[in-house]
Design a protein around this ligand. Structure first.
Ligand SMILES: NC(=O)c1ccc[n+]([C@@H]2O[C@H](COP(=O)([O-])OP(=O)(O)OC[C@H]3O[C@@H](n4cnc5c(N)ncnc54)[C@H](OP(=O)(O)O)[C@@H]3O)[C@@H](O)[C@H]2O)c1
Length: 219
C-alpha cells in the first residue's frame, strides 16, 4: 500500500526502509531530514499535506513536542488512518511529559480531527533498522495497538507484522495511557548505564484461561 511517513528521523527512516522492503510505496514528509531519507531510500518526498494525501495510511513519527506543528501542516485528515508512533517522552528522556489521565495518542487525536488514529509504539528504531527483530528465545517484541476504529487497527496491525513485530490489540485509544509508560520503562532500562537492546513481549497462555463469565455454563 501507499504509506506516508511524517518525521524522517531514527524511527521514521527505519520504518520506511523495512516497509519498503515489504513492498509498500513510501513518501516522507518534512524538511531536510525527509529529503535525506528520500534520497537514501529512493522514496518520494513531499510536504506533510502531500504525504498524507499520498498514503493509504500515514505514520506519525515526530517528537511529542512537534505533533502540533506536524499536524497543523498535514492538510485534511478526515477519515484518514493515522498511525501514531509518538510517545510523550521528555526531550531529556527522563520521563513522560504527560500521563495517568492523558496520553500522546489522545493529544494526537485531538489535533488530527476526524482522523482514524491508531496508537502503536514500535520497538526501538535501532532494532528495526538492524532488520532482525527477534530477541533471545526467537521472540518478536510486542507492539500494543490501541484505537477506536477496528478497520484502521487491523491495517496498522498488518503493518506492525510487516516490520517483524508481534501485534497485540490492547483496546481503545485510551489504553495508550497504559502502553506509553510501559514503553518508557523499556527506554529507561535500555539507556540506564550500559546501553541494552531490550524489547517488551506479552506472554499469553490461552489453554488454561477460563472463558468469559457469560460463556461459563453452570454444572
Ligand atoms: N526512536 C525510537 O526507537 C522510537 C521507538 C518508539 C517510538 N518512538 C517515537 O517516535 C517519535 C520519533 O522518534 P525518533 O527517535 O525518530 O526522533 P528523531 O530521530 O528526533 O526524529 C524526529 C523527526 O521528526 C521530524 N520533524 C520534527 N518536526 C516535524 C514537522 N513539523 N514536520 C515533519 N517532520 C518533523 C524531524 O525532522 P528535522 O530533523 O528535519 O527537524 C526528525 O526527522 C517520538 O515521538 C518517539 O517517542 C521512537
Amino acid at each position: 500500500m501507499n504509506l506516508g511517513i511524517i518525521g524522517a528521523g531514527s524511527l521514521g527512516t527505519a520504518l520506511g526502509e523495512r516497509l519498503a522492503q515489504r513492498g509498500h510505496e513510501i513518501m516522507f514528509g518534512g524538511g531536510a531530514s525527509a529529503q535525506d531519507a528520500g534520497a537514501r531510500l529512493r522514496a518520494r518526498v513531499g510536504s506533510n499535506a502531500e504525504t498524507v494525501a499520498f498514503g493509504d495510511a500515514t505514520i506519525l513519527a515526530v517528537p511529542f513536542a512537534a505533533i502540533g506543528a506536524a499536524l497543523a501542516d498535514a492538510g485534511p485528515l478526515h477519515g484518514r488512518v493515522l498511525w501514531s508512533c509518538v510517545n510523550a517522552v521528555k526531550p531529556d528522556y527522563t520521563g513522560l511529559a504527560i500521563g495517568f489521565d492523558n496520553s500522546a495518542a489522545e493529544e494526537v487525536a485531538r489535533r488530527a480531527r476526524g482522523a482514524r488514529v491508531v496508537a502503536a509504539l514500535p520497538p526501538f528504531a535501532s532494532a528495526i533498522a538492524a532488520g532482525q527483530l527477534c530477541y533471545d528465545s526467537d521472540l518478536e517484541p510486542t507492539v500494543f495497538v490501541c484505537g477506536d476504529h477496528p478497520s484502521a487497527k487491523q491495517l496498522v496491525e498488518r503493518l506492525v507484522r510487516d516490520i517483524g513485530a508481534h501485534a497485540v490489540d490492547a483496546g481503545p485509544l485510551i489504553a495508550a495511557r497504559l502502553v506509553e509508560p510501559a514503553m518508557m520503562l523499556a527506554v529507561s532500562i535500555a539507556y540506564a548505564g550500559v546501553p541494552r537492546d531490550v524489547g517488551l513481549r506479552l506472554l499469553e497462555r490461552t489453554s488454561l484461561m477460563p472463558g468469559p463469565p457469560s460463556a461459563q455454563v453452570p454444572a
